[in-house]
Design a protein around this ligand. Structure first.
Ligand SMILES: C[S@@+](CC[C@H](N)C(=O)[O-])C[C@H]1O[C@@H](n2cnc3c(N)ncnc32)[C@H](O)[C@@H]1O
Length: 355
C-alpha cells in the first residue's frame, strides 16, 4: 500500500490563507515539515509533507476537531487532470495502484458557485465509478470504515482523498446545512444551533441544554441566539441596548436588560454564557475570561469577529491568551474553536468548565 504524501482540507472559499497558516504553524509545532499549496477562493488547501515523510501520521496528529478553519480533512493522492473522453480510467487506476480499499465513495465539490455546475457530471459518473471500483476490489463491504472522496474542482480536475472514522466530518463537503426556523428573529440563530451540533454530543443535549437552565446572551438583539436558548426551555438574560423581538419577549422566559455586555455581571452563577457582540476579538476574550475565572457560567459559546487580514494569527493569539489565563487561575476546562458553516468573517469558540 502506498502512503499518501499530502493532506487535502476543505474550507470556506476565501479562507485558504488562514487554513494554510494554521496548518503550517501546527505542523511545525509537531516537528513536521511541509508546504501548503493554495489557490485563492478555491475552497480547499493541499498540505504536502516534505521529502518522503508519510502524511498519515500528520493526519492523525492534527485531528479535524482540533483545526479551526478546516471543514474536512483527508489523506490525499496527487491531483489528476483527466481526459474528457475517459475520466474514469485514470481515477480507477490511481485507486488500485494505491492499494487502498473503501466502504463508500463520496463525490464532492468545493463550496464555490462554479463547482455547483458539476452536479450533473457527478451524478452521471456515480454508478459506473462504483461498479468499476467494486470489480477491481477497491470498494467492498468491510474496509475499516474508510471512505473514498473525489473532490472535483472542474470537469477535468479531481483529487482523490480518503477519510477515517473518528477523524472526519460525516457531512458532505463538511457542511452542516440547517433549516432556518421561520419564527426565529434573525438568521444568526443558525450559528448558535450549529455550534451546539458541533460542540455538544446529541445524547448530552438534555443534560447540558436542559429546561429550566439559566443563560446570559450578550449582544442579544433582535434575539436569534436567545430564541435557541428559549427553545430549549432556558431562562435568558438578554443584554443589549437594541430592541428584542416581541414574540420572544412574550414567552416570559426572557429578561431584557439595556446594559453594556462588557461590564454586566450575572446575579448568580448561570449555566450558559453566549455572546455575539461585534467588537475586537481581544476585548471579547478578556470579558469571557472574567466570566470563566469567576465561574459565572459552566459553559460558554462566543464568536470572535475577524475583519482583519491575518485571521489565523488573531485567533491563535486570542486562544493561547485565554488558555494561559485559565491555566494560571487553575480553571480546568475544555476549549474548541471552529469556523462554522454559518459563520462568515468570524469563528465560534466553546469552553466548558470541568469542576
Ligand atoms: C450581531 S448582533 C447580535 C445578533 C444576535 N445574536 C441574534 O441572533 O439576533 C450584535 C449585537 O450586539 C449589540 N452590542 C454591541 N455592543 C454591545 C455591548 N457593549 N453590550 C451589549 N450589546 C452590544 C448590538 O446592539 C447588536 O444588537
Amino acid at each position: 500500500m502506498t502512503v499518501p504524501g499530502e493532506l487535502l482540507l476543505y474550507c470556506r472559499p476565501g479562507f485558504e490563507p488562514d487554513l494554510a497558516a494554521e496548518l503550517a504553524d501546527k505542523a511545525m509545532a509537531l516537528g513536521w515539515q511541509g508546504e501548503a499549496d493554495i489557490t485563492p477562493d478555491a475552497g480547499f488547501v493541499r498540505f504536502i509533507t516534505a521529502g518522503d515523510m508519510p502524511a498519515n501520521a500528520l493526519h492523525r496528529a492534527l485531528p479535524l476537531a482540533s483545526l479551526v478553519f478546516a471543514r474536512q480533512s483527508l489523506l490525499a493522492l496527487p491531483p489528476l487532470s483527466l481526459p474528457r473522453e475517459d475520466r474514469l480510467t485514470p481515477i480507477i487506476d490511481q485507486v488500485v495502484a494505491s492499494g487502498w480499499s473503501f466502504e463508500s465513495v463520496w463525490q464532492e465539490t468545493p463550496d464555490t458557485n462554479e463547482a455547483k455546475a458539476l452536479g450533473s457530471l457527478i451524478k452521471a459518473l456515480k454508478r459506473p465509478l462504483e461498479s468499476l471500483l467494486k470489480k477491481r476490489g477497491a470498494l467492498r463491504r468491510k474496509a475499516g470504515g474508510r471512505r473514498l472522496h473525489l473532490l472535483w474542482s472542474d470537469g477535468d480536475q479531481v483529487q482523490l482523498g480518503m477519510s477515517f472514522p473518528g477523524n472526519r466530518s460525516e457531512l458532505p463537503g463538511g457542511i452542516r446545512r440547517l433549516r432556518f426556523p421561520h419564527r426565529a428573529p434573525s438568521r444568526s440563530t443558525l450559528k448558535l444551533e450549529e455550534a451546539w451540533h458541533e460542540f455538544i454530543p446529541r445524547d448530552e443535549w438534555d443534560e447540558r441544554l436542559g429546561e429550566g437552565m439559566q443563560a446570559a446572551d450578550l449582544g442579544a438583539a433582535p434575539g436569534g441566539w436567545t430564541w435557541q436558548l428559549v427553545q430549549r426551555g432556558m431562562h435568558v438574560y438578554a443584554i443589549d441596548n437594541g430592541p428584542m423581538d416581541k414574540g420572544l419577549m412574550a414567552t416570559g422566559l426572557v429578561e431584557h436588560l439595556r446594559e453594556d455586555g462588557f461590564v454586566w455581571k450575572p446575579p448568580a452563577r448561570l449555566d450558559w454564557l453566549v455572546c455575539d457582540i461585534v467588537d475586537k476579538p481581544s476585548r471579547v476574550v478578556a470579558m469571557v475570561q472574567r466570566w470563566l475565572v469567576n465561574r459565572w457560567c459552566r459553559e460558554a459559546v462566543f464568536n470572535l469577529k475577524l475583519p482583519m487580514k491575518r485571521r489565523w494569527q488573531e485567533v491563535a493569539h486570542c486562544l493561547s491568551g485565554l488558555e494561559s489565563a485559565l491555566a494560571d487561575a487553575g480553571v480546568r476546562h475544555t476549549m474548541s474553536c471552529r469556523h462554522l458553516y454559518h459563520d462568515r468573517e468570524e469563528v465560534t469558540v466553546h469552553v466548558r468548565l470541568l469542576d
